[in-house]
Structure formats: C-alpha cells, structure tokens
Design a binder for this molecule. Structure first.
Ligand code: ARG
Length: 368
C-alpha cells in the first residue's frame, strides 16, 4: 500500500509534466502538500488539480469506449457541500447543465473527500441519479428492486409503474439517509421509443431517460478519495437497446418486440432475438435523433475509441482497457475492438466501485 504522500507525488508529477510546468514548480507544490499531510493527514487539491484529476480518471476508465472526449469534461467543485438538501440541489444543477436541451454535456460534480478517519461526509445510495424503480410484481426495472425497497422504507410513495423515477437517497456522515423527490425539483428528459418504419412499435410503451449519471462510484485522485462524485456522458444506443430493455434480467422486451415485428418466435433458428435486437436498437437511435438528444451508435463509438487510442499512442501513453466492457453487445466482431487485446491494469486517477456501495443496482450482472 502506497503512502498518501507517494500517491500525491505520482499524481502531481504526472499533472505538472502534462501541463509543462518546471521541476521547481512541481517541487514547491510537493513541499506544500507534504507539509499539509504532516499536519492534517490530508491534502487539498487546487481547483486546477481537481479538474484535471477528474479528466484523467475518465481517460483511465478502462471500461469506457467514449474516452476520446476526456478533455471536454465539465467539473463542478462542490467540496464544501455536505448538507444533504444542498447536495440534492447540486445534483439537480448537474442534471440541468448536463441535459442542455438535449446537447448532452459530460459533467462531474465533486463533493467532499473521505476524511483521514475513513468517514464519508456524504454519498449517494443511488446507482445513477436518474433510474427507474423496480417492483416484485414484475413492473419496472428489476435491477432497482433493492433500491426501490429501500426508498419505500424511507417513506417513498411509489407509483407502481414501469418507468417511475426513483428519489435521491443521500447518506450523511452519520449514515442517516435523506430522501429527495428529484422529479419534483427539475424536469427530467425522457424519450419515448418509436421505430423509423414500424408504426405499431410505439404501442409497446417503451422509453428511456436522456442522461446516465453514475453516482455510486468513488473518484480517486492522487490518493484522495471522493466518495460522492456523480458523472455523466451521453448514451451509446446499445446500453439501452441491447441491455437495459433487452436483458432477460432487466426489462426483457425482446419477445414483445419480435411479436410486434411479426417474427417467428417459435424457433431459435429464425434468429428472432437477433432481429428484434437490431430493430430495438434502431428505434433507440431514431427516437433520440428525432428528439435532438445526443446518443452515439456503437460503430461510431468504436471509431472514436480508435482515434482516442491513436492519440494516446502518439503521446507515448499506454492505453489500458477492459475488453469485456469495451466491445459493444451488438455485433461486437464488426468493430475493431473485438479483434484486439487490451491491458486491464488500473491507473490512477480513476473511478472505482465503493467498498460498501450502499444499495447495489444490479446483483445479477457485473456489466452495467
Ligand atoms: N450502462 C449504463 C446504463 O445503461 C450507463 C453507464 C454509463 N454510460 C455512458 N454512456 N456514460 O444506464
């Protein structure tokens, strides 16, 4: 286990060298940090360091195919906000800024770091800021059953539908949970799914929300842990069309889609599942496009990832990646990623799952 000073040194050296700072500037900053660590067992990132650290965590995110855009991340510094009601307001601001009338902006909001005693001043129990509830009777998103149960225990009034937006559950330093009805605080953009040719498709009543904001991962920068640091990009279509709505342990809609398309679902050899998958994914892409909401298809995303890797190589940096996550779930072998190997070593800064992740989102799968 590296000491905090050692981790700080690695981060500051990396940062300052990428910024073209001199050896003296780096040494001076490390001197300051060393002093602060000796006095408080912690150190405080400058806004610049925090901002760049968050971008580096994205650049290092092995599971992410969208890393070409790592430098465009907007960082909101909320390190002084730990009061749950204020945290909820900051979350709302994050969502409104990120949504940007459909032109989704990659955004992260960073709340106070873990203390030297290992206490988290505040954290989200939600897997994402926006997520649909799930009920034991089969309604909604099965991945949220546990979280929904928890919200109900906190006094949440569930509507019992298929697409009920869960409230925010924010845990304070004393591990007391505070509930906020996010959908009463801000308009949440959702997209009803339609198919470019199949008029009957709309009757399936499928929809998804516009902005995926992961809120149950911690951000580590130079040894400092930020347990509440929700971040978002925009969707890749297959996340919705080939996983959220298609997995048999999620919305499990392939059969309904196939029947709607008039496919022969009586035998596997008709490839009805594959055909339903493709049409469902076309509907996702088409519907987001029609509404002017950013979303990338998996072929374009793979090409963007290729450019990212080429750029990194030119900078003399090694690319790390998790192949099992990088390949898209539809037609993986039609992208170059499938035919390549990636080193999955974890670099720092990085995003990682919290040790005690509060409410787990999806007990059935390690792929989110
Ligand atoms: N796969 C997750 C979901 O379907 C979202 C993960 C983050 N995705 C992203 N495009 N930034 O909700």
């Amino acid at each position: 286990m590296k000491t905090l000073m050692k981790q700080a040194e690695e981060f500051i050296t990396l940062c300052y060298s990428e910024w073209g700072r001199t050896k003296d500037e780096t040494a001076l900053r490390l001197y300051e940090i060393n002093k602060e660590i000796n006095e408080t067992a912690m150190y405080t990132h400058t806004v610049e360091e925090l901002t760049y650290g968050a971008k580096l965590a994205w650049r290092n995110a092995n599971k992410c195919i969208g890393r070409l855009f790592w430098e465009t991340l907007t960082v909101f510094d909320e390190r002084n906000t730990a009061d749950p009601a204020q945290v909820a307001i900051a979350a709302k601001r994050h969502l409104e800024f990120a949504e940007n009338e459909g032109k989704i902006r990659s955004t992260i909001t960073i709340f106070p770091p873990r203390t030297p005693e290992g206490k988290d001043p505040v954290r989200f129990l939600n897997h994402q800021l926006i997520r649909y509830a799930g009920y034991k009777d089969g309604r909604g998103d099965p991945a949220s059953i546990h979280m929904t149960h928890h919200a109900l225990q906190q006094g949440w009034k569930a509507a019992g539908g298929d697409f009920d937006i869960l409230p925010l559950l924010i845990e304070d330093a004393e591990e007391k949970v505070h509930l906020f009805e996010l959908k009463n605080m801000t308009a949440i953009r959702e997209i009803r799914l339609r198919h470019p040719e199949e008029a009957g498709f709309e009757k399936l009543g499928l929809q998804w929300y516009a902005v995926p904001v992961i809120s149950d991962m911690e951000l580590e920068i130079g040894g400092i842990i930020y347990p509440a640091a929700p971040f978002n990009g925009w969707y890749m279509g297959t996340e919705i069309g080939a996983r959220n709505l298609a997995d048999d342990f999620r919305y499990n809609k392939l059969r309904e889609v196939a029947v709607c398309l008039g496919l022969d679902v009586s035998k596997a050899t008709s490839l009805w599942k594959d055909r339903a998958l493709v049409e469902l994914n076309r509907a996702v892409i088409y519907s987001f496009q029609e509404e002017g909401v950013s979303l990338v298809d998996h072929h374009t995303a793979a090409e963007q990832f290729r450019i990212f890797c080429e750029r990194e190589e030119r900078k003399g940096r090694e690319i790390t990646g998790d192949w099992t996550w990088l390949i898209p779930p539809v037609s993986p072998a039609a992208t170059h990623i499938f035919h390549q190997e990636y080193d999955a070593e974890e670099k720092s800064p990085c995003f990682r799952y919290r040790d005690s992740p509060g409410i787990t989102s999806c007990p059935f799968s390690n792929k989110k």
